[in-house]
Design a protein around this ligand. Structure first.
Ligand code: B1M
Length: 211
């Protein structure tokens, strides 16, 4: 099955098409990571580029995001192994001021798939809420996502809040999202940077010393 049809369904915000074509792709034996990386993510990239060029507007982007989320929800059970003891506990969220959650949701799913117990704090998450999340769960890793240049620096605020709460030594902080770079991650004192959800899995394991 050609994954381009699914990519086009995301671009067109075709919820029904996404539902059917994701099922067809799964039945055709495509691995869920391939469906994500070769159809869903590139489809949303096209929407982003059109949005940037004012060829489409917020409603079209939302409709495309809803279609992509539907496909992701169908892939989720395939990405998550069941019954295994968690390899670690992670809390994740999108920083204060930012409502984008598709990339963050992908990271959560991939972490769950890799055996982490994941507590998703949602979007627009304040530094205090991240701190509370770590206290409540005893997490060893904190994942922070942002898609906006205007909210990037709020990631530093989370790290500072963890320091104030004397939790910084107990957790590893991993950051990611389209405008984030390794240089920026180093500057704000994060332990790691993931350029994609797949890399976020590798980095989290590396930071916690899991083979
Ligand atoms: Co927004 N938006 N948006 N948007 N949006 C972007 C990000 C933008 C680049 C579009 C553009 O102009 N080309 C632009 C940001 C520009 C900038 O800051 N430089 C932008 C803007 C400006 C805005 C608004 C301000 C628009 C407005 O209202 N004027 C507004 C902000 C609202 C707010 O948050 N306060 C806004 C709103 C929205 C929607 C609500 C309409 C919708 C969000 C729906 C949702 O998330 N539920 C939306 C969308 C969908 C996009 C684009 C089109 C797609 C984002 C996305 O989901 N990509 C986006 C353009 C683009 O990125 N192409 C755009 C797919 C997703 C899988 O990728 O999240 O990057 P991404 O995740 C990647 C990696 O970054 C990484 O893994 C994923 C891949 O494996 N990753 C991590 C992400 N988090 C990670 C964490 C990690 C590790 C890796 O460790 C913890």
């Amino acid at each position: 099955m050609d994954l381009n049809a699914l990519k086009d369904a995301v671009i067109n915000g075709d919820l029904k098409g996404c539902t059917i074509l994701t099922e067809v792709a799964i039945q055709a034996g495509h691995p869920p990571e391939k469906i994500m990386n070769e159809a869903l993510v590139p489809g949303m990239d096209v929407v982003g580029e059109k949005f940037r060029c004012n060829e489409v507007y917020v409603p079209e982007v939302l409709v495309a995001a809803r279609a992509m989320k539907k496909s992701l929800a169908m892939l989720k059970p395939l990405l998550i192994q069941t019954g295994a003891k968690p390899v670690g506990v992670a809390v994740a969220g999108t920083v204060k001021g930012d409502l984008h959650d598709i990339g963050k949701n992908l990271v959560c799913m991939m972490w769950e798939g890799a055996g982490f117990e994941v507590v998703d704090l949602g979007v627009d998450v304040s530094p205090d809420k991240f701190v509370q999340g770590v206290k409540d769960t005893g997490a060893q890793i904190v994942g922070i996502s942002t898609l906006l240049t205007t909210t990037m620096l709020n990631m530093r605020g989370v790290i500072q809040a963890l320091e104030r709460a004397q939790l910084r030594e107990k957790v590893k902080v991993l950051v990611g999202g389209a405008p984030v770079t390794q240089t920026f991650a180093t500057e704000i004192g994060a332990d790691g940077y993931g350029e994609s959800a797949a890399v976020a899995v590798e980095k989290a394991k590396e930071l916690l010393g899991i083979a």
